[in-house]
Design a protein around this ligand. Structure first.
Ligand code: GGG
Length: 350
């Protein structure tokens, strides 16, 4: 039986609740498909930060390099500045391993009622640029605490970075309805967004057969709430993609169900799989967090590991569990995290 080496960082808040719940489901599916998962548990995150003054050890990224994938829960702690938690763990991993695509599928799931949209099927994919753009350390802050204090934050968009994420999105679109929406704000942001528009347009034109539509981010956000069924594949910058994918998750019922894959060029380095949600400190420790986003992220990991049948099996199992009426509080049910995962495992079978 072949074993895949998976680094697991449960992280903060509800991470240590949803990650073990998901691991039980992933192990069961892997066994059913003739492979196993060799988990390396890494106790990194905010507790590590309190003890050591950093989110992970100095050689943490080298440790991850020896794995086939990284399975991450959540980061964020109300007692630690967000900039420390995100830039101390998540962003260095994305950058070191060149995880330039953040793939965020959004679907209406069986048995999950959307608070906003009607009953039409919602099935779209957000392709978020993941290594540059608005997530940049270029800038500064001067005259701290004085009336004239100011802060400058630069966004960095490169031709290489925009081209490759647009090419990836075009390829995803070509395998679906052939429609790609690009999120922009070129009416207000005068340098980076016109550049984004131009590079996306040229890249998609070169891909052939994909219809490209560019929408201003504000209008796109409103339209995604009112008519999510109109969208198929959306390509967006780092910040816009982050916001749109939380929004789209909420539109389909709960951000607790939303998965993501941080992908790098094929064959290089581990990719990373994490739910879209954060550490949710308001419900941490209560055992009520929804594990579906984490489990679904595991299905994306199976796809990336070249196990598409296992991925389909896992998705079918959590859909059947939800359809059968087992749901956590965020999607209108009463199940605990463990009960939800048990229901998924029951549908995985032997
Ligand atoms: N599930 C990972 C997590 O905790 N994400 C929280 C977060 O703030 N993410 C920001 C980002 O994805 O850039």
């Amino acid at each position: 039986m072949s074993a895949r080496r998976i680094a697991v960082i449960a992280g903060d808040g509800i991470g240590p609740e949803v990650v073990p719940a998901a691991i039980g489901c992933l192990d069961a599916v892997a066994a059913a498909h003739g492979f196993s998962l060799d988990w390396t548990e890494l106790p990194w995150g905010s507790a590590y930060y309190r003890a050591h003054g950093r989110m992970m050890p100095l050689d943490g990224l080298d440790t991850l390099a020896g794995h086939d994938a990284v399975f991450l829960g959540a980061v964020g702690d109300p007692g630690i500045p967000d900039v420390e938690t995100l830039w101390g763990l998540l962003i260095p991993i994305r950058r070191r391993f060149d995880q330039y695509v953040n793939l965020r599928p959004v679907r209406r799931l069986p048995g999950v009622r959307s608070p906003l949209a009607g009953t039409e099927p919602i099935d779209l994919v957000i392709v978020r640029e993941n290594t540059e753009g608005e997530y940049s350390e270029v800038g500064g802050r001067v005259y701290r605490g004085r009336p004239e204090e100011l802060a400058v934050q630069e966004a960095v968009f490169t031709r290489h970075g925009v081209t490759r994420v647009a090419a990836y999105a075009a390829e995803v679109a070509a395998g679906r309805r052939g429609e790609l929406t690009s999120a922009t704000k070129s009416n207000g942001i005068v340098h980076t967004m016109p550049f984004w528009d131009e590079v996306v347009r040229d890249t998609v034109a070169g891909a052939g057969g994909v219809r490209l539509r560019s929408e201003l981010i504000d209008a796109l956000a409103a339209s995604l709430v009112l008519h999510p069924e109109r969208y198929d594949v959306i390509v967006a910058s780092n910040l816009f993609g982050d916001i749109l994918s939380d929004l789209a998750g909420a539109v389909t019922g709960s951000i607790g169900c939303a998965p993501s894959a941080n992908l790098n060029p094929p064959g290089r380095h581990p990719s990373m799989f994490e739910p879209v949600h954060g550490s949710a400190p308001d419900i941490a420790g209560q055992g009520v967090a929804n594990p579906i986003g984490q489990i679904w992220s595991g299905a994306l990991m199976f796809d990336a590991l070249g196990e598409p049948a296992a991925a389909r099996h896992l998705v079918a199992a959590f859909e059947a569990a939800l359809d059968g009426g087992v749901r956590t509080r965020d999607v209108g049910g009463t199940a605990t995290t463990t009960e939800m995962a048990d229901a998924v495992r029951a549908h995985i079978g032997a």
